[in-house]
Design a protein around this ligand. Structure first.
Ligand SMILES: N[C@@H](CCC[C@H](N)C(=O)O)C(=O)O
Length: 289
């Protein structure tokens, strides 16, 4: 009998994840194993993977264990590690609720981007406190085919380049990461958002995620877009003392982003678990391609 590894599948506005519960951090999830699990044809399929580990059992999270029992060890679908995943942390909370490790209301989740406050609402949506946005100096230029746009650098724990465009179709097929210059600004790559206006404080985006390709949603990306749109529109809660809320439509649904007067950003949206099952550990070690 081969060993079985439990997994679940979930999504937040169709940003989808393979979830691997591993409280004591016993499963060796190499980059190759993560990429295999996230493969949409040969594996389970997902934009990324949520490795669910007790903070006390993970060397990167031990220091957060007193504040947050659970650590979201997030991986991109290509096996690379990212600092933060906004939709991921909402789906992570939904998993903990389903597993009986959290209830409706407030909980803390440790991430590589620090401890995040999450609220699971009775009505269904999950809100996460995403921290403050940073605006690294300067701009990059993003290109698709013959078009190019200046893009604002926004850091939400992970890096984003936000380009306002006239038409989301101008982002092209996004089969590959859009080239940007100067390339030296993001030696490890960047998440690129293309944004159009839909109405007052209402925008829509398409995103090419570092380590995943075009996805149906990106939580950190939606936050980066909301703050970039706010500054473009002359709104800065730190100056006016008034919170600003943007509705951000993504291909997979809708996220609502509020920036408070203290700069803290909150993101609200759905988080769903759709399936659970078991993986054959032998297959994961030697996937039949
Ligand atoms: N989908 C995520 C972002 C995941 C990380 C990103 N691809 C990166 O490499 O920075 C989100 O919802 O924020």
């Amino acid at each position: 009998m081969s060993t079985r590894i439990a997994f679940l599948k979930g999504h937040g506005t169709e940003n989808d994840f393979v979830i691997v519960p591993d409280p004591e951090n016993l499963i060796d999830l190499s980059p190759a194993a993560v990429a295999t699990l996230c493969d949409r044809r040969a594996g389970i399929g997902g934009d990324g993977l949520l490795h669910v580990v007790r903070s006390a059992a993970h060397p990167e999270a031990r220091g957060m264990a007193a504040e947050a029992e659970w650590f979201m060890d997030y991986r991109n679908g290509d096996g690379s590690i990212a600092e933060m995943c906004g939709n991921g942390v909402r789906v992570f909370a939904r998993y903990l609720q389903r597993a009986g490790q959290a209830t409706e209301g407030d909980l803390k989740v440790a991430t590589r981007g620090g401890v995040k406050s999450v609220h699971i609402a009775k009505e269904g949506d999950v809100t996460v406190g995403m921290g403050k946005a940073l605006f690294p100096e300067g701009e990059v230029t993003v290109c698709v085919d013959e078009r190019s746009w200046p893009a604002r650098n926004v850091n939400m724990g992970n890096p984003h380049a936000v380009a306002f465009v006239d038409d989301l179709a101008h982002a092209g097929n996004l089969f590959a990461a859009p080239p940007f210059s100067p390339a030296s600004v993001y030696p490890d790559g960047v998440n690129v958002e293309f944004v159009v206006d839909r109405g007052p404080r209402h925008v829509a985006l398409r995103v090419h995620e570092r380590g995943a390709g075009e996805t149906r949603s990106c939580g950190t990306g939606a936050c980066a877009v909301a703050v970039a749109a706010a500054r473009r529109d002359g709104a800065d809660p730190a100056v006016t003392g008034t919170p600003v809320t943007y509705t951000v439509d993504v291909p997979g649904g809708r996220l609502v982003i509020t920036e408070r007067a203290d700069g803290e950003i909150e993101m609200t949206g759905p988080a769903v678990i759709v399936a659970e099952g078991e993986i054959d550990a032998e297959w994961l070690e030697r996937p039949a391609k």
